[in-house]
Design a protein. Structure first.
Ligand code: IPE
Ligand code: IPE
Ligand code: MG
Length: 251
């Protein structure tokens, strides 16, 4: 009976989640409601991101993962993709020094192949510069899709089997988990999605197995510290069981 007595992962007994992951959604609708171009919604979304990085650290969160561009977002018009990539470039160029001096470690998950070389260089620079920082881990999911990530892990395991380096019987959930993009980062305790949509849209589907999901109606550009605090308060009211029995009653 593997995993029968698996302890609840580290952080699960805290009222503040160790790892918060956010699906930053609703930029376009925020802009449309104000008669503004979608690009303005994305620009204001970056401002919300700055606020939330600061707030997450102030509230005691150690890992913050943000969904910034999905594998499926390539189906948007080229101009919008250009806007989103431009904002990422500007965010790294303008904010990297501040993030670094604030002790933030930047990590990037997602597919790098096929991205423009200057974007790859910026992402690598951000990771290299901040490698030793320990205050807050900011994990940027860029060109990220959970199915693609899991398929990539399966491909690496299959290759090891084909090369005679691995016994197929050794492939279990832990082995596959080790080949995901950032295996050393704990699973998210709390996943927040803004804008009222209630789906994962190919975000961290493996890692979300026991995450608490909180859906908030406000659009991402309006998200702030108070909204994060209220999502964390909702999280603190949840009872996490990990397949076991309620801890409080023992029944
Ligand atoms: C989130 O806002 C940003 C990205 C997906 C990159 P959207 O652009 O999805 O905004 P809506 O959902 O159309 O309002
Ligand atoms: C998810 O939002 C992707 C990001 C926030 C980067 P989408 O707006 O792309 O998701 P769907 O299409 O509404 O499911
Ligand atoms: Mg959306």
């Amino acid at each position: 009976m593997p995993n029968a007595a698996a302890p609840a992962p580290e952080g699960s007994d805290r009222s503040v989640p160790l790892h918060v992951a956010i699906i930053m959604d609703g930029n376009g609708r925020w802009a449309a409601a104000r008669g503004l171009p979608r690009a303005e919604g994305h620009r204001r979304g970056v401002e919300a991101l700055r606020r939330v990085v600061r707030a997450a650290h102030e509230l005691g969160v150690l890992y913050l993962t943000i969904f910034s561009f999905s594998s499926e977002n390539w189906s948007r018009p080229a101009t919008e993709i250009g806007d989103l990539f431009g904002l990422l470039r500007r965010f790294i160029r303008n904010d990297l020094a501040t993030l670094h001096s604030d002790g933030v470690r930047v990590r990037v998950i997602g597919e790098r192949e096929g991205l423009e070389p200057d974007i790859c260089t910026l992402l690598n620079e951000a990771e290299e510069l901040t490698r030793a920082n320990t205050k807050l881990n900011l994990v940027v999911a860029f060109n990220y899709g959970s199915r693609q990530e899991i398929a990539g892990a399966a491909q690496r395991l299959a290759r090891e089997v084909a090369e005679g380096k691995r016994d197929p019987a050794s492939i279990d959930a832990d082995a596959l988990g080790q080949y995901l993009d950032a295996p050393e980062i704990p699973d998210p305790d709390l996943i927040i999605r803004t804008s009222g949509e209630q789906r994962l849209s190919n975000f961290l589907m493996w890692q979300a197995a026991y995450s608490e999901l909180v859906f908030v109606p406000i659009h991402w550009p309006d998200f702030d510290k108070a909204a994060l605090e209220s999502a964390i308060a909702e999280y603190a009211r949840r009872e996490r069981r990990f397949g076991g029995l309620a801890a409080k009653t023992g029944s």
